[in-house]
Write a protein that binds this ligand. Structure first.
Ligand SMILES: Nc1ncnc2c1ncn2[C@@H]1O[C@H](COP(=O)(O)OP(=O)(O)OP(=O)(O)O)[C@@H](O)[C@H]1O
Ligand SMILES: [Mg+2]
Length: 285
């Protein structure tokens, strides 16, 4: 499903003294199956943007077109649409509520009307995806570690097999290893199922490594969108938005000051940079 925001504005508490325009004239498109990273400093409108996409908020003005569904200020009956969009909110483990891990993961597929065998299949599959051992099935999610609880919460969303997967700061609060593990799961999941992923993050390294399209937000507007290399080659521009380039880009830029043949700034994975350096060293350059 192609996603297209057309002149979308969103104002919280319209017509009250608390009125606050969070998004203004958003125009952006995501192709079916793209991994999109939404970046921008705090308060720039990232979460509001994805809540509109999830059908949880309606545009104050403008239209959001997702496949055949048109979402505007008077849209009704988005129930069917919402079933196709999976949302992993910030700190999703706070929303766990069932007695067991398996029941929690089953909640979404159950709501979708899947039969018992299908639910069972999806719960098992989602646990495998999230690296959750089968003996956690009957445990209470509240007895698990924070990292495991996060995995259970995400498994519950994956089990719905959404066409669009929204992740709002999915690695926030995890330790470095937990972050790496989760990112590699998300990358493989996207490659396997080909769903559209919209991943909100403060972390430029995450955006650079995973995204095919980056959306840069500032003060309720989309100020740039494009491939990571198109967004991250422009440090002054990012700094104006209160952001920075990915670490790998910083290292390449400083290496390139000393190299006669520069290294491509299109490299975002540390392992790829290491391979490039080893290759050059072997060649003696
Ligand atoms: N429920 C709400 N009621 C009123 N204003 C809100 C509400 N939620 C967000 N805002 C305001 O709308 C603007 C955009 O907020 P939003 O949460 O979308 O930003 P964000 O980029 O996700 O920020 P963060 O990185 O801190 O999560 C901010 O000025 C925020 O204060
Ligand atoms: Mg947010």
């Amino acid at each position: 499903m192609e996603i297209s925001f057309k002149d979308v504005t969103y104002t919280y508490f319209t017509g009250t003294p608390f009125e606050h325009r969070a998004l203004q004239d958003i125009n952006v498109q995501f192709k079916q199956g793209t991994y999109v990273a939404v970046i921008g400093k705090t308060g720039s409108g990232k979460s509001t943007l994805v809540q509109l996409l999830a059908g949880l908020l309606l545009p104050t003005r403008g239209v959001l077109q997702v496949g055949d569904t048109r979402i505007h200020s008077r849209s009704k009956k988005l129930g069917e649409y919402r079933k196709r969009v999976g949302v992993v909110f910030q700190y999703p483990e706070h929303q766990l509520f069932e007695e067991t891990v398996a029941k929690d993961i089953a909640f979404g597929p159950n709501n979708l009307g899947c039969d018992v065998a299908e639910i069972e299949h999806r719960v098992t599959e989602a646990m495998v995806w999230m690296g959750l051992s089968p003996d956690l099935r009957d445990r209470s999610p509240f007895e698990l570690s924070g990292g495991q609880m996060r995995r259970v919460a995400i498994a519950g969303v994956l089990a719905m097999r959404p066409d669009i997967l929204i992740l709002d700061e999915p690695t926030a609060g995890l330790d470095h290893l937990g972050q790496r593990d989760l990112l590699s799961i998300l990358k493989r999941f996207h490659q396997h199922f080909g769903c559209t992923v919209v991943h909100v993050t403060h972390n430029m390294n995450e955006a650079a490594e995973l995204a095919e399209q980056v959306v840069l937000m500032s003060d309720g507007k989309v100020i740039a969108t494009g491939r990571p290399v198109e967004i991250f080659r422009n440090l002054p521009y990012l700094q104006v938005s209160g952001l920075d380039v990915p670490d790998v880009t910083k290292w390449i830029m400083s290496l390139n000051e000393k190299l006669s043949t520069p290294i491509s700034t299109e490299i975002y994975e540390l392992s790829t940079l290491a391979d490039e350096l080893v290759h050059r060293w072997r060649k003696g350059s």
